[in-house]
Design a protein around this ligand. Sequence first.
Ligand code: ARG
Ligand code: ZN
Length: 874
Amino acid sequence: ALIRLRDYRAPAWRVETVELDFDLGIEATELSARLLLRRDASQNLPLRLDGENLQLLSIALDGVPLPATAYRYTGNVLEVDGARDGSVLETRVRLRPAANTALEGLYLSGSHETGFLLTQCEAEGFRHITFFPDRPDVQSRYSVTLRADRARFPVLLAGGNPDGSGELEGGRHWARFVDPHPKPSYLFALVAGRLEKIERDYVTADGRAVQLKIWAEADAIGRCGYAMDALERSMRWDEQAYGRNYDLDVFHVVATHDFNMGAMENKGLNIFNAKCLLADPDSTTDDEYRHVEAVVAHEYFHNWSGNRVTCRDWFQLSLKEGLTVFREQSFSADMNSAPLKRIEDVSLLRRAQFPEDAGPLAHPVRPAQYSEINNFYTATVYEKGSELVRMLAGALGRAGFRRGMDLYFERNDGHAATLEDFLGALGDANGTDLMPYLAWYGQAGTPRLKAHGRYDAVRQEYTLTLAQHAPGTAGAEPRPALPIPVKLALFDRDGGMLPLHLDGQTSEGITELVVVLAQVEQRFVFGNVASSPVPSLLRGFSAPVILECDYTPGELALLLGHDVDGFNRWEAGQQLAARAYEDLRDGASADALQAWCAALALLFDSHGIDDALLADLLTPPGEVELAERETAIDPQHIHHLRQRLQLRLAERLGAEALHQRYLALAAHTTIDMDATSQARRRLKRRVLELLNLLDRARAGELAAAQYHDAPGMTDRLAALTVLLRGQAPQAASALLDYRTRYADNALALDKWFAVQAQIPDEDAPERVLMLERDPGFTLKNPNRVQALLGAFVRGNPSGFHRIDGAGYRLLAERLIALDALNPQVAARLATAFNGWQRLESQRRGAARAAIAELAGHHGLSRNLAEIIGGVLNH
Ligand code: ARG
Ligand code: ZN
């Protein structure tokens, strides 16, 4: 059954207060819920509550036990007769946490003997715990009492402020938490078990003393310090950048190895996938460190953008997710290098969101309908959603955006809001109308932006024509033009920036400005232009579009060499490399390839450039991005072409120069986490990878030494990857060493599975089968599934898409087994079939057969069925 945005109705019943009383146990947990009900008098509807396969033990209305004739429970809806405004409904249910493999609702993390209990409720997990109107526009005050055996569950946590605890008979104890802030049910959480903690005192800018506590199992608590620092930085940043203070006396964060997603912003009790929280130099790479910092910030920022102001319904999901990703990205840019962060974010957008938006699973940032909401926690809702907020922020400027956000929080505090509320507040605070941007939220597909420049030497004028068109939507209704902000600069042929005089206006000294394309096509005329310029367009990636501009290779090389916008410099290199790739593929001229290599060779020797940026400049677009340029995709051919492209670059730089650079960088190896040390490691890895293409023996020796001497995971994993890619003789012993060294470190072991799953050779499917037989592999742990199967289907295009279809069959078989355990994880993995229609015909046939067989399987979850149906039927 499809849920539709246009069918939204306000809730007929609300819950003013909730009292939950848990008797916790691993095998069985019982809980009583006491709901104070409020009825919307304008709707004359019976009381209907969500409740998913709950074992109902007792039910009473206004203190009177209900006879079986007074209520009906279908397995997902409980209908109760006789409820009035102000009625109190009491239910008692029994749950089976240890049997819950879906990791939604109340479940067990770890073993029966030593594991702990926790909850995950977003989006609709609360209905797996108790009967409730489980929708975000019902906001209630929660009091939660937990009771359990003290020895087995020494730590008892729930959201809100602590409100007492004590002993009970028979070695049991209790703890109560009261949350003063009304919240939707998806933000409920509890945790109970044997956990250790680290603590820090924090005082908010508005003077509240807060205890920050991070909890983890004993073997992990030593790796929580970095997250604590990141949390404190996030709290300060939100005070300064947005004037937002924390609003409870405690802030709990818990790490678990068993989690379907990255992390969850439950009010006062954030729960994290361990891979997004734990960090130490021995087991965490630099990229992962930055990811931990970003996710800690993301969940913390949700306290305002998500919790204090929540979503009216799940169609508005990007209201909190797109906004919070934007806030998180801005924070990371402030804490680290802003241009590098932008490159990372746009790369992710192109790798994950553009293909999604171009395939059968494409949906608007605000979807119009869904069958299973968990399938809509997508790159489109998150990453494209963030890009839309970025455009709005850009349109208002720093001060204007802050004014708008202040008004948004003020107007909607304690409410469940819509995207219209968001755009309305941003616009009203600035006396401007941002509603035209709403069109961005309602249409799927990546818009194309065509740019064409014409220079008139006589009039000294440069005319830039910009035009937009929506992606292939045959038969669809005509779409409104989108407002597309284009940040631009003009360069002269020596690489200097020209002053900009747009449409006769003269503004002294302006060399960069934003024009907004508001119609299908528009012309912008720049005066006083002394010579034919090279435009730098869409600087900083000012809009999430695909730019089509008829640059010559020389013009792109000029931007690559001279653009001062770090992002656009990288972008020019990416465009040039993509051209070189297409020329290689088509056997066309080598102009672009030569221009790319020559420009990079200059930068390589110049030393005037940040090591990390240089590493990124030396990396051509990935295989997934290159595939977006093809009509009949052959991933193995793409892989080989991209390898040839990199080999040419390596040849241009030269084995000697690469080797010397490697040694110079290696001489400074540390395990420090400062930007310079991270940048050095990044470039060192890239240089070693390029050398590995030229001279495997030499690179293999360097990598083997680097593996053994590595002071931290970044260097160790990089070396291991190089050994595996080069099929070095030292690879086997390094793999064995790693397996033994990290036998008890789940997060490090995940990477052992992932690097091997990503080896891009013919044997990849068989290698995955072999790795599945490792005793460390299990389908029950989402991180392990992601590490092996996820890395294979998403991180190894040429291996997964082997022409005989072995990869597709393997995925289809695993999806069936996985779906029976954990539908959310199965559905996410299944999106790897997205794009199969654009494969060349033999692979397409094999993929279709595997998907069709899967679709015919009996009893697929709603999650998986929706993805498979979507992938097949378009
Ligand atoms: N709200 C969480 C976050 O982005 C993610 C929850 C994902 N939930 C899901 N059912 N997929 O911070
Ligand atoms: Zn989020």
